[in-house]
Design a protein around this ligand. Structure first.
Ligand SMILES: [Zn+2]
Length: 280
């Protein structure tokens, strides 16, 4: 049986007998993998990994933000466990930085890092305690695990226990969006922030979004029938000047059938289907 990258990271946590978030001491975990962690000012990259035989040194650019530093250490540990024999100079200090990139090794190291710092066996119970957590509650979980809010929100998506989409928008439109795996592919997010959304109010007039609020789904989705459905929306400012958006789809959206009127179409394998090939 071959373990996935995430399972390998979680297996490492299980082997170390870690049973609470406070025991996720990333330097100690690194030490156990024979990786020494050094904090040193660098220009041009956030973290490096230099290995020699069965030992390595991970050098981390001190950012003053503990969650980001910890993610960098965990990312380099990912390279060490997954890509041994190479050296790395990484720009990443937050997983959202790699979303737009297709650099294979960087994505793998991010996957390893998010599973190492937010392993399912500790993270899922923390989430379940809140039901569908708001950003305030995600922030509490992030503080408990010493991770960034973005990394924690993205982990909420990847564990796929809730019908959630985490996205980043700015005044120009969508930067990225990640849906939980079980969200039907029929739902297509709008490219621009709708002026009826709370996110629009925050981006244009700085109005805070105090909690999760109900919205008609056509505020967020371009599907013709979206107005018949509801979702819940919350947003917070992202560290790079945009809006980090949390959307929970109500259950009718999850059982909605395929929508032939949507602009983009996917076959049952999730592949894009052109309008011409579906016309009969
Ligand atoms: Zn890297």
């Amino acid at each position: 049986m071959t373990l996935s990258i995430g399972e390998r990271a979680e297996a490492l946590i299980a082997e170390l007998g870690i049973s609470s978030p406070s025991e996720l001491d990333i330097e100690a975990i690194a030490f156990d993998s024979q990786v020494e962690v050094v904090y040193e000012k660098m220009s041009g990259c956030e973290a490096t990994l230099v290995g020699f035989r069965d030992r390595a040194i991970a050098t981390i650019n001190p950012s003053g933000v503990r969650g980001r530093e910890r993610f960098s250490v965990a990312h380099e540990l990912g390279h060490w466990h997954l890509h041994r024999g190479r050296s790395f100079a990484c720009r990443v200090d937050d997983p959202s930085a790699n979303l737009a990139s297709d650099r294979h090794f960087e994505k793998e190291a991010d996957t390893f890092a998010s599973h190492l710092l937010l392993p399912r066996m500790l993270f899922n119970p923390a989430v379940a305690a809140y039901g569908a957590p708001t950003f305030q509650q995600i922030t509490r979980i992030a503080n408990e695990f010493e991770t960034s809010i973005t990394a924690t929100a993205l982990r909420l998506v990847s564990v796929n226990t809730l019908p959630v989409i985490v996205a980043c928008y700015d005044r120009k439109g969508k930067r990225w969006a990640i849906p939980a795996a079980d969200i039907p592919r029929r739902w297509v997010l709008k490219d621009k922030v709708d002026e009826d959304s709370y996110t629009f109010d925050m981006l244009h007039s700085g109005k805070e979004c105090a909690g999760l609020f109900k919205q008609p789904a056509d505020v967020w989705f371009q599907n013709n029938d979206a107005g018949k459905y509801e979702l819940r929306e919350q947003c917070i400012p992202s560290f790079d000047g945009g809006a980090l958006v949390l959307l929970y789809l109500e259950s009718p959206m999850l059982s909605a059938g395929f929508d032939w009127n949507v602009n983009r179409r996917y076959n049952e394998h999730g592949s894009y289907v052109t309008r011409r090939s579906t016309a009969r």
